[in-house]
Write a protein that binds this ligand. Structure first.
Ligand SMILES: Nc1ncnc2c1ncn2[C@@H]1O[C@H](COP(=O)(O)OP(=O)(O)OP(=O)(O)O)[C@@H](O)[C@H]1O
Ligand code: SF4
Ligand SMILES: [Mg+2]
Length: 327
């Protein structure tokens, strides 16, 4: 079976200008290695959770898939077709199929336009709906995400954070996409509101047969919504697999450390892994450590870790960790 989305060896670098010190020392401008060989697949109607610390490259992966960034390497296949190098004209029909919901619902809505116009815009771009039919579809979408149809002429500042995120979701599902990149969609919301929005997303997934790439740093949220998870560290995926396997038996020390940082409410579910505490700062993605990129912070690091890149090893049922000494 062909996956809906298949990303292989994705690479994205950003040039960063020379700092004053670089110039004084005659050093050339560098590059941020935001994404260094990421591979992932998402099947139809499936959710992949993508987690990792701030700056590890999660949003850049999402933006490359959406072709808001031009990848420097690798392939992005949608239904088997590589879209990573398609020119804009050929991307246009595909843009309907790939939608996005961002973290900050206020920043992604134009404060001077009514929220109904915001939801209508992609429908105007990607469908033939116009006039009363368009307005009726916008009203229906509002109701579907838990808002009222009489709210469509209001402006973003008249809504709460949770309501604005519902508007962002209505905007994303309007053109009936196949895949939605959910980039920290609930991270800015209160915990009680987070659950409501996550439940809405799960209902919509079944109703519209959607696939999600759910980006988050909060493991608890990812656990609820994703069947599979991928853990990123400094531009690379270090562990991926079925949610239950990864959460119950993390094999990569970084995943174990992330899990130990997350609150575990049920003492019976605590494991030896919870004692791995993450120390030190995230190294610079401009100059990532050699070998295993995690070796500067890993309590289990040995000599080989700083010299040799650990190959991904499958423990069975697609539970893969890139570590010389998996847990
Ligand atoms: N347009 C850009 N120009 C230069 N550097 C960038 C750009 N976009 C991202 N980066 C850098 O690439 C790296 C990855 O950034 P990215 O936003 O993908 O991380 P993230 O995992 O989404 O982080 P966060 O959790 O904070 O959203 C960071 O070092 C970031 O500073
Ligand atoms: S390869 Fe070595 S440094 Fe990297 S996670 Fe495994 S044990 Fe730690
Ligand atoms: Mg991000």
């Amino acid at each position: 079976m062909t996956a809906l989305l298949e990303v292989t060896g994705l690479v994205k670098r950003f040039a960063h200008p020379r700092s004053l010190i670089d110039r004084l020392r005659g050093r050339p401008a560098g590059a941020v290695q935001a994404v260094s060989g990421v591979s992932l697949t998402i099947a139809a109607n499936e959710t992949l959770g993508l987690v990792g610390e701030s700056g590890c490259g999660k949003s850049t992966v999402g933006r490359c898939i959406l072709r808001l960034e031009q990848p420097d390497g690798g392939t992005i296949r949608l239904d088997g077709e590589d879209i990573s190098q398609l020119p804009e004209a050929r991307l246009r029909p595909l843009r309907r199929r790939l939608q996005v919901v961002f973290q900050d619902p206020f920043a992604s809505l134009n404060p001077r336009r009514s929220v109904g116009e915001a939801v209508a815009e992609p429908l105007r771009n990607f469908t033939d709906l116009r006039g009363a039919a368009l307005r009726e579809e916008v009203a229906r979408l509002f109701e579907r995400v838990g808002l009222r149809r009489d709210q469509i002429d209001r402006f973003p500042h008249e809504f709460s954070g949770g309501q604005r995120q519902r508007i962002g979701i209505a905007r994303a599902i309007g053109p009936r996409p196949d895949l939605i990149i959910l980039d920290e969609p609930v991270s800015a919301l209160d915990v009680s509101i987070q659950a409501q929005v996550v439940n809405l997303l799960m209902d919509l997934q079944d109703e519209f047969r959607l696939s999600y790439l759910f980006i988050a740093h909060d493991l608890a949220v990812v656990r609820h919504i994703s069947k599979r998870v991928a853990v990123m560290y400094l531009g690379q995926i270090v562990e991926t697999g079925p949610r239950d396997a990864v959460f119950a038996r993390p094999r990569h020390p970084y995943t174990a450390a992330l899990l130990s940082a997350a609150p575990i409410l049920d003492p019976a579910k605590r494991s030896a892994a919870e004692r791995i505490i993450l120390t030190g700062d995230l190294p610079s993605p401009s100059n990532p450590p050699s070998g295993c990129r995690f070796h500067t912070r890993c309590p289990f690091a040995q000599g080989v870790c700083s010299t040799t890149v650990p190959p991904p090893v499958d423990a069975g049922d697609g539970h893969i960790a890139a570590c010389h000494f998996p847990l």
